[in-house]
Design a protein around this ligand. Structure first.
Ligand code: SF4
Length: 760
């Protein structure tokens, strides 16, 4: 199967007539695009026999990449859990029934709450790339016991950018690559990591069109860089110098969008004054780039009618990551690229991932004092919050759809922290590395065995929401998360059964009557606000069509969306005023198995969505201004004992997120080889297919070597390994929790100082 970037079909099996069944719509769960797919089950009723793009999906329209076509390895690969597990004194596990598990888990959380306070209960997870519905229900359990502190994978990557967005725009922004003249990718390889609808088709269209241009900042010659007009192959760790040189060129050569900037931007003079002091040639040399290449890229950006920009993990998990987020935005703001086709926009949100307005309110974590951005404690301080005798340390942890022992920095220390907890409860489909440390493990239904959805809804001008229906029943012994959390909340005595029965009766009669009664009930019982999702699930849920009880929380979301963006929702063809519009939107969600376009906008609407107090873009972020002036003309620090930079967790053809536990998913690169530049391989005596030892300050592992032309000398990369299956290295055996961004606390996984030696 080739990476066509168009509609493709898995022909790996040849079903007979007897096992041919109808295709059913669902979505790929491997990246934030959540492309619509159709799945045909085999004769056993559980195997994904055939998978193809769903042409009826309003965003992907039949597009998939090759990764989706082997999702059977997720659904039917690896060891699924089929019973709740309880840890014995000796560390082994015993299967227990659900009633016992739910009762004991509820009692254990209540004990921690009553002894140390609810704030000592920490929550990690809440969904990956395609399962966000569960997050609402998990939050009900967590908050129901008084929990306050939480984190998720977003705090591994995105919180630096969230903070900068909050300061500059008061909202999150995205780029319109479909219509842009120039696409700028910073530490981003959309060919493999996607992040936009029809990524490969869009890249090819930009590359083919002589009127358009692509600029890539990346040390590696990635598939995207191969297609670029300007590839700024920076020395690893120098992205901030490169972005500063781009912004400085724009200012120093008088290329800013003068009138537009005067009308729409605050703080320009202060920022331009700093950018005028930058020696562009010297900064380019720090990056090991020809200054004329940098200047040429800046001039191309300034000359374009529209520029769309995407920064991703290459910088968000690299040195100076928050500074890079700010500098990248200076480049496109100073050239007037917001609120018009092909530029940056502010999308509608069914459920906002980040609350509007300031995303950092001064709150910090109780032990490490780390900034809580967008409500998330930095992942890299979680172990610090536990491994201490501080009276406010976390004592218990609920982990749902997350695997911190595998995915957070410094796995050894993370395991030690998990073992130090009084209580660890893990909800997952498999006995993950984190589950292996838990006191209780509750087996969840897979993403294709329950209703699910994503809140990564970033399409524009038409935005799409897709409530996926289950393709098959939950594996016997497992439960969907909404049911697990409802049972725990009930076992904790947080709900009044008579009240639930009364509300359920009203929901069966009329949703409008239910709505009024529900709001009145919640107003009379504000203490139940934390468990509102479970109340909706138990009352409205059973009355919903298609068995969609789990979608009950979307009723509230649909009303909020319709109230916030009534014109956008009506422009998508959903009719009604006031409450009727919200009801109509909810009905449309429930009755559209391939998803719906729930809002349509024009680009100018972004101006009305800016969350700043004066409706202008705020260029000044004081901490970033200081940080920019501190960039050393000598470049980033260098430790001769670790002369190479390891990028840990590279996205490749057969790596995505870490939900796959089945090594046979990988058609290529089964072992997750260490990619090394030819020059480094020659100097170190490494050969393609040979073995090497990678050593960092935190650990040392043996790996297979792939000599790769795409790598730059001095830079090596590893993909994510599969952990418990033993296929490939788990990169976090090599990372340190102390190696993190100064502002957002995000890990620097793409810049791990390392040395490599040949193993004979
Ligand atoms: S991995 Fe991403 S781009 Fe590829 S099919 Fe899945 S959702 Fe679509």
């Amino acid at each position: 199967m080739t990476n066509t970037g168009t509609i493709v079909a898995d022909t790996s099996t040849d079903p007979t007539d007897a096992d041919v069944a109808a295709y059913a719509p669902t979505a790929c769960i491997l990246c934030e695009c959540n492309c619509g797919i159709e799945v045909r089950l085999g004769g056993d009723g559980r195997t994904f026999d055939r998978i193809r793009g769903d042409k009826a999906h309003p965003a992907s329209k039949g597009y998939t990449c090759e990764k989706a076509l082997r999702l059977n390895h997720y659904q039917n690969g690896g060891e699924r859990l089929t019973s709740p597990m309880r840890r014995r004194e000796d560390g082994t596990y015993e299967a227990i029934d659900w009633d016992t598990a739910v009762r004991e888990v509820a009692e254990a959380f209540a004990r921690v709450r009553d002894t140390y306070g609810g704030e000592s209960i920490f929550f990690y997870g809440g969904g990956g790339q395609g399962n966000h519905l569960l997050g609402a229900y998990a939050a009900a359990t967590f908050r129901g016991f008084g929990g306050r502190y939480r984190s998720s994978a977003l705090a591994q990557e995105k919180t630096g950018e969230f903070w900068v967005n909050g300061e500059m725009f008061g909202r999150g922004v995205r780029g319109d690559f479909e219509h842009c003249e120039v696409a700028l990718f910073v530490g981003k390889n959309p060919w493999q990591s996607h992040g936009m609808p029809h990524a490969r088709t869009t890249l090819k269209e930009i590359a083919r069109d002589p009127q358009r241009a692509m600029i890539v900042i990346d040390p590696r010659r990635t598939e995207t860089a191969e297609m670029a007009d300007f590839h700024l192959a920076v020395r690893p760790g120098t992205d901030a110098w490169c972005l500063a040189a781009l912004a400085a060129t724009i200012v120093q050569e008088g290329l800013t969008a003068g009138e537009w900037v005067r009308d729409h931007v605050a703080g320009t003079d202060e920022v331009c004054a700093v950018l005028r002091t930058i020696d562009v040639d010297a900064f380019a040399r720090v990056c090991d780039l020809d200054p004329q290449l940098v200047r040429g890229a800046a001039r191309r950006i300034a000359a374009a009618d529209s520029v769309a920009v995407f920064e991703d993990l290459g910088v968000q998990m690299g040195l100076n990551s928050t500074l890079c987020s700010w500098l990248e935005k200076l480049v496109w703001v100073l050239t007037g690229n917001f609120g018009k086709p092909g530029a940056q926009f502010i999308p509608t949100a069914m459920v906002p991932l980040v609350a509007a307005g300031k995303v950092y309110t001064g709150k910090t974590s109780p032990v490490a004092g780390a900034r809580i951005i967008s409500g998330l404690v930095p992942c890299n301080v979680v172990s610090e919050e536990i491994l201490t005798d501080h009276p406010r340390r976390y004592r218990a942890m609920l982990v749902d759809s997350g695997n911190p022992a595998h995915s957070l920095a410094d796995s050894n220390r993370m395991r030690e922290a998990l073992r130090a907890l009084d209580l660890l409860v893990v909800i997952d489909v498999a006995m993950t590395e984190t589950a292996q440390e838990a006191h209780y493990v509750l087996p969840a239904a897979s993403q294709y065995e329950k209703f699910e959805c994503t809140f990564f809804n970033f399409e524009f001008p038409g935005n799409v929401f897709h409530l996926r229906r289950p393709l098959l029943d939950p594996l016997p012994g497992t439960l969907p998360e909404p049911e697990i959390h409802a049972r725990i909340v009930e076992a904790a005595g947080l709900l009044n059964p008579d009240d639930m029965a009364r509300l359920r009766g009203l929901a069966g009669e009329s949703r409008l009557a239910f709505g009024a009664a529900f709001l009145e009930y919640m107003g009379a019982h504000p203490e139940l606000g934390a468990v509102a999702p479970v109340i909706l699930y138990r009352t409205l849920g059973p009355t919903l069509p298609h068995g969609a009880a789990a979608a009950a929380v979307l009723w509230n979301a649909a009303h909020r969306c319709a109230m916030t963006y009534p014109d956008s929702v009506r422009a998508a063809g959903i009719e009604g005023e006031g409450l009727e519009l919200g009801e109509a939107l909810f009905d449309a969600i429930l009755s559209s198995p391939s998803g719906i376009t729930f809002s349509v906008d024009d680009h100018e609407v972004s101006w009305t969505r800016l969350g700043t107090d004066d409706g202008r873009i705020h260029l000044v972020v004081a901490e970033m201004m200081d940080e920019l002036t501190r960039l050393s003309p000598d470049g980033p620090p260098h430790d001769p004992s670790f002369p190479l930079v390891l990028s840990a967790g590279e996205r490749r053809s057969f790596t995505a997120n870490t939900i796959f536990r089945d090594r046979t998913w990988r058609k290529k690169d089964e072992h997750g080889a260490l990619r090394v530049a030819p020059a480094d391989a020659a100097a170190l005596g490494l050969v393609d297919g040979g073995r090497a030892r990678v050593t960092t300050a935190s650990g040392s592992v043996e790996v297979m070597v792939e000599v790769a032309e795409a790598m730059r000398a001095g830079h090596v990369s590893l993909p994510n390994g599969f952990g418990i299956d033993g296929a490939g290295v788990s990169p976090n055996e090599l990372t340190s929790y102390l190696h993190r961004d100064e502002f957002a606390g995000t890990p620097l996984h793409k810049h791990v100082p390392a040395r490599v030696e040949a193993v004979t």
